[in-house]
Design a protein around this ligand. Sequence first.
Ligand code: NDP
Length: 328
Amino acid sequence: TRTPVNVTVTGAAGQIGYALLFRIASGQLLGADVPVRLRLLEIPQAVKAAEGTAMELEDAAFPLLTGIDIFDDPTPAFDGANVALLVGARPRTKGMERGDLLEANGGIFKPQGQAINAGAADDIKVLVVGNPANTNALIAQQNAPDVPAERFTAMTRLDHNRALAQLAKKAGVSVADIKKMTIWGNHSATQYPDVFHAEIGGKNAFETVNDREWLENDFIPTVAKRGAAIIEARGASSAASAASAAIDHVYTWVNGTAEGDWTSMAVPSDGSYGVPEGLISSFPVTCKDGRWEIVQGLEIDDFSRARIDASVNELAEERDAVRKLGLV
Ligand code: NDP
């Protein structure tokens, strides 16, 4: 039998955590033959709620779940971690400026980066879900100097999946018929979902749909503002779809992208497509043998260039702000 994989989840008692943990324990994160040990991190006030979730996980009698430990201190929580899902974050509250938000999250992601640096397993893979996800990932990464930089990623897979769903609906096809969707930039309202390189049944998606007015005034804003629309309809922010995307992100990273396809992940830039080196920005990536690689050589027209630049500029501003705060 295989040794269990240690999966650390922060914000485990939250909404996303509640949807996420059951899918991890059932084998959907890493594979149906991979046993997992869960390590849950919460703030002290939420430990009791995390214990309740752990009781439910126990009651689900998942054959692959070999243990659950709960912590309110990041150092033991990340000890031996092979996969870390950083979900807990400080949400923006009314009247809060961006600087305050970044500072509050620095107080969370800096010690978590340090704890990952101190004790995570050599093969640690980190996915940041908690917002502002890209910059939170940068803070954690910069505080984990002994961990290879490329192990820190942030989630744009939900945006990617939302883009697939919107395009499938427009084209009257199944999401399974669409390949090579791309989300560029920041996981924020400035993100740019790019259909110019996407394919439907092997043909160029934009040419197939052939509707620029839909692209500019419907598709792009619908994908970028979907989170707000869910809150409006559900009375709570998206949780199960976010958890599902987190599962997809890690599963793809570990098990690879399909031949002839790619996915979207926010990863440290190597300068590709003019994105300043080091920014954690979303790109089209392929995955193989547990490693990601940015897809090279795509042609970027002026329309796409302007949108990618706007989102990347926002990331650079966030980086400058956390630099000023001494967080990176
Ligand atoms: P959720 O579980 O709903 O959300 C958690 C984080 O995911 C938020 O930052 C949220 O950002 C983000 N997120 C990213 N993408 C999405 C998406 N598509 N839809 C919704 N959210 C998304 O929050 P809860 O308040 O229910 O739970 C958070 C938990 O984290 C609490 O239990 C809290 O105690 C815990 N926490 C733990 C910490 C730790 O372990 N050290 C630190 C801080 C909090 P956004 O707010 O922008 O929606």
